[in-house]
Design a protein around this ligand. Structure first.
Ligand SMILES: O=C(O)[C@H](O)[C@@H](O)[C@H](O)[C@H](O)COP(=O)(O)O
Length: 258
């Protein structure tokens, strides 16, 4: 894995850098294979993507080539205020011309287990018909870019510290019915699927995240029971986008093990 840490003074600086980075990857992957598969988290990430919907980025991206997936999703109707799809739609998707058929929300009205199985089945179908690439190393789908947020105690997607889903090795998508972050019923990509990605951006802003960022980038990275965020390790490149609140120390002073 190749990794980079990009730290900026403010959250607004992170938003600008993130838009440039996504724009660059969009052009690169579309030139390479004709599409750009992007996986979105919920949380503050969607707002931090806001510059993409503005000039000059919005006019320079081939939106019709984008494919949108959800790293984790709350098992609620798509118009519920807890839905990550609704969050992404209101904050980003409705502002850019991505064809509706290229957006892959969960299927409504199923149990958490059925929702996860159905999403995994759809991903496998998209791999089989070559809409998505496969990782030759793992056999899992290989997304071009995953945009990942982190909770204050180091969770990513809906993979939480003291919950077994983080250890899943076979499934592509799993479910949780007692998420410590509400709402309790969710589905989530598993680590083997996450880590098969070409590019992962860890987008973390705000002081609540500082302790977990310090652990993730610091000398405790090989602890016996690592935080979920410490298991993010893509086949391609991991790029951290941090603001000064999330990483208030001199990064050079940390013993970075990446
Ligand atoms: O559905 C969710 O809750 C998310 O996908 C979750 O994994 C989120 O990305 C982190 O909790 C960070 O959230 P914030 O950016 O709001 O801190």
């Amino acid at each position: 894995m190749v990794s980079h840490i990009k730290k900026f003074e403010t959250e607004d600086d992170v938003a600008v850098a993130l838009a440039k980075y996504i724009c660059h990857l969009s052009a690169k992957f579309i030139a390479m294979h004709g599409s750009f598969s992007v996986v979105l988290s919920g949380g503050t990430l969607i707002d931090t993507m806001r510059k993409l919907t503005e000039s000059p980025y919005v006019d320079s991206i081939h939106w019709s080539k984008w494919l949108i997936f959800f790293l984790d999703e709350r098992v609620v109707p798509l118009d519920d205020s807890d839905s990550n799809y609704k969050l992404a739609y209101d904050g980003f998707l409705k502002k850019v011309p991505i064809p509706e058929c290229n957006i892959y929300p969960i299927k409504e009205g199923l149990s958490p287990e059925e929702t996860a199985d159905e999403y995994e089945h759809r991903l496998k179908h998209l791999v089989a018909n070559k809409t998505l690439r496969t990782s030759h190393a793992t056999g899992f789908a290989k997304f071009d870019l995953m945009l990942v947020g982190m909770g204050p105690e180091g969770h990513v997607a809906s993979l939480f510290c003291w919950h077994f889903q983080r250890f899943e090795k076979q499934k592509w998508v799993t479910f949780i019915t007692d998420s410590p972050k509400p709402p309790p019923q969710r589905i989530t990509f598993t680590f083997p699927l996450i880590n098969s990605a070409s590019e992962i951006a860890m987008v973390v802003t705000g002081e609540d995240a500082a302790d977990a960022v310090k652990v993730a980038l610091g000398k405790h990275a090989n602890d016996h029971y690592p935080l979920p965020v410490q298991k993010v390790s893509p086949e391609g490149t991991l790029t951290w986008f941090l603001d000064n609140k999330a990483a208030p120390w001199n990064l050079g002073a940390l013993c970075v093990i990446l």
